[in-house]
Design a protein around this ligand. Structure first.
Ligand code: GDP
Length: 197
């Protein structure tokens, strides 16, 4: 898929104010600093579309971008940031969970995971929760250029092994780099094929 148009539509703090659910929607989420903004920019070929390297947890918004006038790319706030209060975290969780559970045009949640790290409890817990809710998801392992492919593959294998305890069938996964654009086209092709179904 070629991204011909990528248009910022709106930022929201309330599920009630989201754009009409009339197009297929794909959400991107992960721990703060996982490389989500960089990946969105690399995938769409628009440098400033999603803001990179913001102070972790500063903006807790749901951002909608319209791609090729056909589907919504949704940038969700990062989870697991340290510099926030318990109260903030609780309200973030409720907001995101409400969105993920209730958004009827949500086709798939892409969960971003840092390929340099061993499986992290916070990521596993989140993925497990998606599974429990029956929310379709796929995994994106980020920052592949920062280490050898062998090391990334080892961490991916560990993550998938950890998921095997809970899931009969494991979700598709992608290894990506925003620097080299590794995996970006594969994610877009995959979105295209879900849109065609
Ligand atoms: P976000 O908080 O998840 O949106 O993360 P950002 O996209 O802001 O990235 C956090 C930091 O990691 C920034 O300094 C990025 O330049 C860097 N980064 C993100 N993705 C990659 C990548 O694929 N390769 C490399 N080398 N650095 C990356």
């Amino acid at each position: 898929m070629i991204v011909k148009e990528a248009e910022f539509i709106c930022s929201n703090t309330e599920v009630a104010k989201l754009p009409p659910a009339n197009l297929p929607e794909y959400a991107f989420i992960g721990r703060s600093n996982v490389g989500k903004s960089s990946l969105i920019n690399a995938m769409t070929g628009r440098k400033g579309l999603a803001k990179t390297s913001q102070k972790p947890g500063k903006t807790q918004l749901i951002n909608h971008f319209l791609i090729n006038k056909v589907w919504y790319l949704v940038d969700l706030p990062g989870y697991g940031f340290a510099q926030t209060s318990k109260k903030n975290r609780a309200s973030w969780e409720k907001f995101i969970r409400d969105y993920l559970i209730n958004r009827e045009n949500l086709q798939c949640v892409f969960v971003l995971i840092d390929s340099r790290l061993e499986p992290q409890k916070i990521d596993l817990d989140f993925v497990y929760w998606l599974g429990e809710q029956g929310i379709p998801f796929q995994l994106i392992f980020t920052k592949a250029d920062k280490q050898s492919i062998v090391k990334s593959d080892q961490n991916i294998a560990k993550f998938r092994r950890a998921l095997k305890k809970w899931f009969e069938e494991l979700p598709p996964f992608f290894l990506t780099s925003s620097e080299t654009k590794l995996g970006c086209e594969n994610i877009l092709v995959n979105i295209d094929s879900i849109n065609q179904q």
